[in-house]
Design a binder for this molecule. Sequence first.
Ligand code: ZN
Length: 126
Amino acid sequence: MTSRSMLPRAVLCYYADDPARRPHCALTAEVAFGPVALCGPCARSRSTLGKGIAAAPLPPGPALDVLDWVAEAALAASQAGRRLAAAVTRARSRGCTWAQIAARLGVTRQAAQQRYRHRPARRNES
Ligand SMILES: [Zn+2]
């Protein structure tokens, strides 16, 4: 079976998900400082990140497909939303109050109720 998910994946630059701080990030990492992988522009502009660690060049791989990244992030957000709804449903069924749940979510009780009261989590919803 051949699918896109079986292709070698691009290694994301440590700063790829911080476009405000690193607008010139090339997204695809080229070098690693220990566990931190950086693209060329971010490696050249780093200050203390990876200090004292030898740079290890990463093997050339596929460039990051930003639209694939969008799709992956959307899927992850959707899955996280379903998981959160399930957790809230389980908390309610175990007697937790909306105030307790809201405190953990960092929202008002009313906001938690409005968002989750009528949304029991279903595994196969999309
Ligand atoms: Zn970068």
